[in-house]
Design a protein. Structure first.
Length: 162
C-alpha cells in the first residue's frame, strides 16, 4: 500500500436510490450506521449484493464518517447512492483545503489505517472541494457481477489510472 494517494476527482454521478443523513456528532454516526444496516437488510437490497459487500459498505461508511467528524470540521453530511453495481458513499465536511491523507507504513497500533482500508474495499475513490465544503467519496461493488472485485491501485490513485 506504499505510495497511496487519495486522488482529486469529482464525485461520480450515477442514478440510484439516494440516502442522506446529517452527522452533527460521532454518536449520530453510530445511529446512522444502524439505520444503514437496517436498510441493507431489506430483501430488495440483500438480493442485489453479497453479505461481504454490505459489511464492506458499513465499514467504509464508518471510516469515512469518523474521518469527516474528527478531521473535517463544520457540518458533516453523508450520502449513499445505491446503484445497480453497488454503492457510492460521499461524506461532506467543512474543510475544503484539507485533502484526505492516507497514513503509509504507520504502526497500526497508532490508528490511521482507515483510508488505505477504504481504498482496498473500493473500486474507485477520490475527493473534491468547493469554496466551503470538501467531499470524500468511494464507489463500492455489490459483490455480484464483473465489478465485484476491487482492482489493485497504482501509486497515483484509483484503479486504471497509472
Amino acid at each position: 500500500m506504499s505510495g497511496l494517494v487519495w486522488p482529486s476527482a469529482p464525485v461520480p454521478t450515477e442514478d440510484g436510490d439516494v440516502w442522506r443523513w446529517e452527522l452533527p456528532t460521532v454518536h449520530d454516526a453510530s445511529r446512522v450506521r444502524m439505520d444503514l444496516r437496517a436498510r441493507l437488510a431489506h430483501p430488495s437490497l440483500a438480493a442485489r449484493s453479497t453479505e461481504d459487500a454490505r459489511e464492506g459498505l458499513l465499514l467504509v461508511f464508518e471510516e469515512l464518517s469518523s474521518n469527516a467528524l474528527r478531521h473535517g470540521g463544520g457540518a458533516v453530511e453523508a450520502m449513499i447512492t445505491a446503484i445497480p453495481s453497488g454503492w457510492v458513499v460521499v461524506l461532506t465536511d467543512g474543510s475544503p483545503d484539507a485533502p484526505p491523507r492516507p497514513e503509509i507504513d504507520r504502526d497500526p497500533a497508532f490508528g490511521g489505517m482507515g483510508l488505505p482500508m477504504v481504498a482496498q474495499l473500493s473500486v474507485d475513490f477520490g475527493w473534491c472541494s468547493e469554496p466551503s465544503r470538501k467531499r470524500v467519496w468511494a464507489r463500492l461493488p455489490s459483490g455480484l457481477g464483473a465489478t465485484s472485485v476491487p482492482h489493485p491501485r497504482s501509486s497515483s490513485g484509483p484503479a486504471g489510472t497509472a
